[in-house]
Design a protein around this ligand. Structure first.
Ligand SMILES: Nc1ncnc2c1ncn2[C@@H]1O[C@H](COP(=O)(O)OP(=O)(O)OP(=O)(O)O)[C@@H](O)[C@H]1O
Length: 306
């Protein structure tokens, strides 16, 4: 679906991307993960030609990126960035309509699509359609950013730290909602982040970068449990397999037994549930109608460690 072969980017003598190759399959959410300055954003922007390659080749849906007109290439891909990139003088509806307008959709179809996209990202079109970006909270603006990227129904989404600017609670909600959207729509997504938990929660595959190079690529389980060097191991911290618990939802391991105390949301991850158990000094925490046991969590850790 998307293939990079020996891609290099030099910025005036500084080699930001040093000959990287990878392949992203259709419907896959591929995470580029690494510390600040390692070349993640540059790699993403090479794909939609916002940055020109120094050398190497990039293919999108089997075609070389140079064989497209730049506008045609960009229209194929939704692009979401941290600061949302919304046009400040356009209301939410008009922001979402930008690419469909360029694609010359008729007015009725654009309007309908705008409403559908706002509903998909959990915003009421009647309340939000006419608002200007400055009248939105950070989390709402990010949702509009995602709605706008999805509006023309591109096969591909390029997302550069899309939830980086929002507070941790809204971020977790947005991540979970986006995961649900992705489960339904199955877009091919390249997602840039430096947040390990975000990468583990969302990624089908994770590509770890350092100093313009790929250090390791694999499923979340592979990179956590079989780190190829100390950098990857350190990057995931000492918690190792514990970080993997981010990927599992409490609801999937719910037991019928009741437990005392404030219930956790069924959407909490096993990692959050484990932290709560440690904080409360208990081996069972209540969920909505049921509970989760330490033993249940330990079984997941043991299973994943095999
Ligand atoms: N337009 C530019 N001109 C010169 N150097 C640049 C330019 N854009 C990026 N760089 C440099 O290239 C390197 C990689 O930058 P890039 O933005 O791709 O990293 P990143 O991994 O996305 O970092 P962050 O997580 O901080 O956004 C950095 O050292 C950066 O300073």
């Amino acid at each position: 679906m998307i293939r990079l072969v020996d891609v290099v980017k030099n910025y005036e003598g500084y080699e930001a991307v040093k000959g990287i190759s990878f392949h992203v399959n259709e419907g896959e959410l591929y995470v580029l993960l690494g510390p600040s300055g390692c070349g993640k954003s540059t790699t993403l922007r090479l794909i939609n030609r916002m940055v020109d390659r120094t050398s190497g080749d990039i293919y999108v849906e089997g075609e070389h990126v140079d064989s497209f007109q730049v506008e045609t290439l960009r229209k194929k891909m939704g692009y979401v960035i941290q600061s949302t990139g919304l046009f400040p003088h356009m209301n939410v509806e008009d922001n979402i309509a930008t690419v469909p307008l360029l694609l010359k959709w008729d007015a009725e179809r654009i309007k309908k699509r705008g409403r559908e996209m706002l509903e998909l990202v959990g915003l009421d079109p009647k309340i939000y359609g006419k608002k200007l970006p400055k009248e939105l909270s950070g989390g709402e603006a990010q949702r509009v950013g995602v709605a706008r990227a999805l509006a023309s129904d591109p096969h591909i989404l390029l997302m550069d730290e899309p939830f980086g600017a929002v507070d941790p609670i809204s971020r977790l909600r947005l991540q979970n909602e986006f995961k649900e959207i992705q489960r339904k729509l199955k877009k091919t997504v390249i997602f840039v982040t430096h947040d390990v938990e975000e990468a583990l929660l969302l990624g089908d595959k994770i590509c770890i970068m350092r100093d313009g190079e790929i250090v390791q690529e694999g499923t979340p389980e592979e990179v956590i449990l079989k780190p190829e060097d100390a950098f990857v191991q350190d990057f995931f911290g000492k918690e190792g397999a514990l970080s993997l618990l981010t990927r599992f939802k409490a609801r999937e391991y719910k037991e019928t037994e009741k437990a005392e105390g404030e219930p956790l949301s069924d959407d909490a991850s096993l990692k959050e549930a484990l932290s709560e158990m440690i904080l409360r000094g208990v081996d069972r925490v209540p969920l909505e109608k049921g509970s989760l046991s330490l033993q249940g969590i330990m079984e997941v850790i043991r299973r994943e460690h095999k």
